[in-house]
Write a protein that binds this ligand. Structure first.
Ligand SMILES: [Zn+2]
Length: 135
């Protein structure tokens, strides 16, 4: 029996390490600007709204709505079982996250679908955030 290859995992940087550490604890973090209160994701050195460098990590609910999605049938590597759903989720707190929608039939995913984050441990260092239908 052959084992399926491991999907490529992210390599945390000094900037993104707090995000990945939080995923290991089952928490979803984004950056909040201390100057304009705007939220930024993916991790950045400056606020995407006002360019302030004064960003603090803040936990979000992990609940949101599918903004857009696609169903992938030709993966970048054979490690990804197909079909799978790549989606942009509007988090309830007001920023977007690119993710996978899992634990449902890809044909059931639709714009406006309510989803919630859940976490899958991939290695000792990496736990990945996914989204699935809100229950
Ligand atoms: Zn700002």
């Amino acid at each position: 029996m052959t084992s399926s290859p491991q999907i490529p995992l992210p390599a945390p940087t000094r900037l993104s390490q707090p995000f990945w550490d939080a995923c290991q604890r089952g928490q979803l973090l984004v950056q909040r600007c201390s100057d304009c209160d705007g939220l930024t994701f993916i991790p950045q050195p400056a606020c995407k709204h006002c360019l302030s460098p004064r960003l603090e990590w803040t936990e979000v609910s992990g609940k949101g709505t599918v903004y857009s999605y696609t169903v992938v049938w030709r993966p970048q590597t054979p490690a990804f079982p197909v079909p799978y759903v790549v989606a942009i989720v509007d988090l309830d707190e007001g920023c977007q996250m690119m993710t996978n929608v899992v634990d449902c039939d890809p044909a059931d995913v639709h714009v406006g679908m309510r989803v919630a984050a859940h976490f899958r441990r991939m290695s000792d260092e990496i736990t990945l955030p996914y989204f699935r239908p809100e229950r």
